[in-house]
Design a protein around this ligand. Structure first.
Ligand SMILES: [Zn+2]
Length: 459
């Protein structure tokens, strides 16, 4: 009988806890859907500030405005964290032509971030199309030397998660230009990393090789890539040539900042749960989905917790990282300082996959048992809000450095629907108009709910 009553008390308490959790989460969602601020804040960030590449005047404006925004919400601490960032500038708008005999067909390109310029008169050369770095290696210097290498492997449409298709094609942009330079190429053109067939080049950073002299590299729109590929096939070399001109350059590093807001924990002020995205964005548009939505959601998470009267036991931080796009310096600095200050980080969430319909969260490097446990504890509470896919997977570039510096931290990626992100990613279409208010607010509420649960019941 005693055993029975103990069991009964335990079940009863668990039921009450569950009911309390349900109520709190409902409150968070009500606040997000009735009084949400992320969408109007994003409007300001996109339309009144605009593109915010690291080192730019706009990035500095975004830092100052973000700090004011979070101060206005009355968080316990709001501060800047110094970080030196690269300062790459695009210069004049690029020009490019496919040259077919006497015909010049203009095509849309955009210099890849961190690329070098062409000579002022531009570069004209024959084109070698390849589908992979492996193919480049097979062709070797005899074929590549003096040519423009054209990386043209499209997204593989069989991936269900669009991010995986991006990851699968991405080496062409990250590593292709440096690899081609080794074989004596004079320039590189990379098919835009998107499945969308359109006229917009999608930029993004490329990585230099410290032992090889860098060559100019640009992204070409998918439509133009298809056209160039067809012409190469029909006409064969040397009839078809390519011309491009760009004047980008890397200036000296600039002092910039991560922007941090905090609600200090009532029981464990030196234990942290963070949520963040990156404040910097590419220069071709407004950095709406990448990653204006992420930073505005992060601030909104703290605002939601505060507005619903929740007082977290552990400190909760919103981190606006600087320089995710072309250097990862903000994320690296944050992890370094957290380790130096002996902060104990319980969990870090990154939201950098667009402000689309929430699906769930992925947990970086956790065991099957951990995942099972987390699903047992939290899935039923998140399921009514359709943010209950709790899976193994990646987290985010900005929080990645925490793995080495802060042992024990659980890194979590916020996972919205992925299908449309790469339509706009790093392109002139990444504008406020492509963000949906409800999707954005639901995402912020989902992250606030998870942070509440972690704060209450751990991982
Ligand atoms: Zn991003």
């Amino acid at each position: 009988m005693k055993k029975f009553s103990l069991l009964f008390t335990a079940l009863f308490t668990a039921g009450l806890l569950h009911a309390q959790d349900s109520l709190t989460i409902r409150k968070i969602y009500d606040e997000a859907l009735l009084n949400g601020k992320a969408y109007e804040n994003l409007h300001y960030l996109c339309k009144d500030i605009g593109p915010r590449l690291s080192g730019s005047a706009n990035a500095q404006k975004a830092v100052e405005w973000s700090k004011k925004l979070m101060e206005g919400y009355g968080f316990d601490k709001v501060y800047l964290q110094e970080v030196m960032v690269p300062h790459w500038v695009r210069g004049a708008k690029e020009t490019a032509f496919i040259i077919d005999g006497n015909t010049r067909i203009p095509v849309p390109i955009a210099a890849l971030g961190m690329s070098v310029a062409t000579p002022v008169q531009g570069i004209t050369a024959n084109v070698v199309e390849v589908r992979s770095l492996k193919e480049l290696e097979t062709l070797g210097e005899t074929v590549i030397k003096g040519k423009i290498v054209f990386f043209n492997r499209p997204f593989d449409p069989r991936f269900i998660e669009a991010g995986e298709a991006y990851g699968n094609a991405g080496d062409q942009r990250f590593a292709g230009p440096a690899a081609a330079a080794k074989y004596g190429a004079v320039g590189v053109i990379v098919r835009s990393l998107t499945e969308s067939i359109d006229d917009y080049p999608h930029t993004g950073a490329t990585l230099a090789d410290k032992d090889t002299k860098s060559i100019p590299a640009a992204a070409i729109s998918t439509k133009a890539a298809n056209k160039l590929s067809n012409m190469l096939r029909l006409r064969k070399l040397p009839l078809v040539k390519f011309y491009f001109k760009q004047s980008c350059q890397t200036l000296p590093d600039v002092l910039s900042y991560n922007v941090i807001g905090e609600i200090t924990g009532t029981e464990n002020p030196n234990k942290f749960i963070s949520v963040g995205g990156h404040l910097d964005s590419w220069d071709l548009a407004e950095g709406a989905h990448d990653d204006g939505t992420g930073v505005m959601q992060a601030a909104e998470v703290l605002r939601l917790l505060k507005a619903t009267g929740y007082k977290p036991k552990n400190s909760v931080r919103a981190v606006f990282f600087m320089n995710e796009e072309n250097g990862h310096r903000g994320g690296t600095k944050y992890a370094e300082l957290a380790a130096q200050n002996k902060e104990k980080h319980i969990a870090a969430i990154e939201t950098d996959e667009g402000g689309f319909t929430p699906r769930g969260f992925s947990f970086d490097g956790v065991s099957a048992d951990f995942l099972k446990n987390i699903n047992n504890k939290y899935k039923a509470l998140l399921e009514p809000y359709e943010v209950d896919r709790l899976v193994q997977g990646g987290s985010g570039t900005d929080i990645e450095p925490m793995k080495a510096k802060l042992p024990g931290v659980v890194l979590i990626g916020y996972r919205p629907d992925s299908q449309r992100y790469f339509d706009v990613h790093h392109s002139p279409n990444d504008v406020f108009e492509n963000v949906n208010k409800r999707e954005l607010q639901l995402g912020a509420a989902g992250m606030a709910a998870l942070i509440y649960l972690i704060d209450q019941h751990g991982l």
